[in-house]
Write a protein that binds this ligand. Structure first.
Ligand code: GDP
Length: 146
């Protein structure tokens, strides 16, 4: 029998960006995910080189802010995580808030902590295809718990 599965379990990539690590909100960001029943299934801290940041943001290569963004993303340590849960891609984006903190809904991570449209505390994948690509940029399947 066909079963409508509107809330299938998904995975997404979350990053606490260098400004989030610097501001000491790693724990607060994770708390907001866990509070919503989202599980962390892989996590590590690393400091990207400029080339690694450019590789991660390759889709933005033609944007005017690409150089500034990749300088920022390689400016200090980050925390990368795989999140798992029902509809977690959209739910994470909602918890994060809009890219520009001035436009982000009240109570979102970016509204509460972000300093600018660029230094906006968190990254979150925006679709299933990009989630898969971004997760595998940082983690092999062996390093994700099931
Ligand atoms: P996101 O999915 O909300 O992270 O936004 P995008 O995919 O559009 O952009 C990726 C990242 O590039 C954002 O999170 C920001 O760090 C940065 N960014 C986006 N738009 C701008 C902009 O207009 N100016 C600058 N300097 N950075 C931007």
């Amino acid at each position: 029998m066909h079963h409508m599965n509107k809330s299938a379990k998904q995975r997404t990539l979350s990053i606490v960006k260098p400004d989030g690590v610097e501001k000491g909100v790693i724990g607060e960001v994770i708390r907001r995910f866990e509070k919503e029943g989202i599980r962390v299934v892989a996590m590590k801290m690393l400091h990207l080189g400029k080339k690694q940041a450019e590789g991660f943001y390759a889709v933005h290569r033609e944007r005017p802010f690409f150089s500034s963004l990749t300088d920022f993303m390689s400016s200090g340590p980050i925390v990368v995580m795989v999140l798992e849960g029902d509809d977690v891609i959209a739910r994470n984006r909602k918890i994060m808030g809009a890219t520009d903190p001035a436009k982000a809904d009240k109570g979102t991570i970016r509204a509460d902590f972000a300093g600018s449209i660029e230094q906006n505390i968190v990254h979150g994948s925006d679709a299933p295809e990009t989630a898969a690509t971004e997760i595998h940029y940082f983690f092999s399947d062996l390093n994700i718990v099931s």
